[in-house]
Write a protein that binds this ligand. Structure first.
Ligand code: ZN
Length: 171
């Protein structure tokens, strides 16, 4: 048997088809403390969630700023990491912060521009590190760590940013 608390706070219990109702109820009662604390956590998260609503003009401005800023940061870090890159492009990806092709073309989502500079630097260094290692092996993370010893903290903060801030495009 398993209990899930959904992001909206509702509870789902999965039990074998033949499980007795009083057995299921006892199981849920036993987990009540966990259910309540998880529901509270979900509620706090919903409250923290921030929506940034952008007009088409604001999206254009954000993309322009993102391209300029990200290019500058790539130019800053690349020589320090002993790598080069070919181009910096900006897209609108929602869940992917950046990518790097084997030819050295770097792609970033403009949504990054709303994150803290330390978090943007983490993505820049991450993608540039792919110029050395096209994978996420221990060797890759060693390249990242050499430039940003606290990269794990930044990566965790970026996950929080992704969870707590929603950037919406509209009119
Ligand atoms: Zn990667």
């Amino acid at each position: 048997m398993a209990i899930y608390v959904r992001p909206d706070g509702s509870v789902e219990v999965r039990a074998p088809f033949r499980a007795k109702m009083d057995f299921i109820e006892a199981f849920v009662r036993e987990k009540e403390g966990w259910i309540r604390s998880t529901q509270q956590k979900m509620a706090d998260r919903r409250e923290r969630r921030q929506v940034i609503q952008l007009s088409p003009a604001q999206v254009r401005t954000a993309k322009k700023q993102a391209k300029e800023y990200l290019t500058r940061r790539c130019e800053y870090f690349a020589p320090r990491m002993g790598v080069d890159f070919c181009s910096v492009k900006v897209n609108s990806a929602r869940t992917r912060w950046g990518s790097c092709t084997s030819a050295g073309n770097l792609n970033f989502t403009y949504r990054l521009i709303f994150a803290e500079p330390e978090l943007i630097d983490y993505i820049v260094v991450h993608e540039l590190a792919h110029r050395r290692e096209m994978n996420h092996s221990p060797e890759f993370w060693a390249v990242v760590e050499k430039v940003l010893p606290d990269y794990k903290k930044r990566r965790a903060a970026l996950r929080e940013f992704q969870r707590d801030i929603s950037i919406e495009e509209g009119d």
